[in-house]
Design a protein around this ligand. Structure first.
Ligand SMILES: [Zn+2]
Length: 159
């Protein structure tokens, strides 16, 4: 992330998944699959169950958020950012950075290549149709405040 608004945009996007209960919905889906997996172990015995478990693990892996869910979190995220006084264009800049980045370097957390341009378009439409909320913010990334970390800040690694 190149500036404070991109960082804020990321956090606002993630918070919006919680606001929309996306995290709970995904967990419930995963829970249902896990229950089926346990049922399969009981019914089929360990060998066939292991085979099924492998299939189900693949299914679990594919159960990330859909494009629609991501786009919704982008929109609410931009609302949250604007409400908190951060520039909601930070999210747009982030996706534009992804678009231009070497894909090997982009974190999978937010990136949805080639959906990035779609997400930018959707956000820009949202900004245009709500000028009273978004009109005050500068679309130019050069206007953004650089991320500054105090020199004596300690590094904390979360496990
Ligand atoms: Zn997301």
């Amino acid at each position: 992330m190149k500036n404070t608004d991109e960082l804020a945009g990321t956090l606002c996007h993630e918070v919006s998944h919680t606001i929309h209960h996306d995290t709970m919905t995904l967990m419930e889906k995963r829970q249902k699959i896990a229950e089926r997996e346990i049922g399969a172990t009981v019914l089929l015995g360990p060998t066939r169950a292991q085979f099924l478990a492998m299939l189900l693990l693949g299914k679990l892996h594919s159960l990330s958020y859909s494009r629609d869910v991501e786009s919704r979190a982008d929109l609410t995220g931009s609302d949250v950012c604007a409400g908190a006084g951060y520039n909601p264009w930070g999210l747009v800049w982030l996706f534009q950075d992804f678009q231009n980045a070497d894909m090997g370097q982009v974190p999978q957390l937010l990136s949805d290549h080639p959906g990035n341009q779609n997400r930018v378009d959707t956000l820009e439409r949202h900004f245009r149709s709500n000028p009273s909320v978004f009109g005050q913010f500068n679309a130019d990334p050069k206007s953004a405040a650089a991320i500054s970390v105090p020199k004596n800040a300690s590094e904390v690694f979360l496990r």
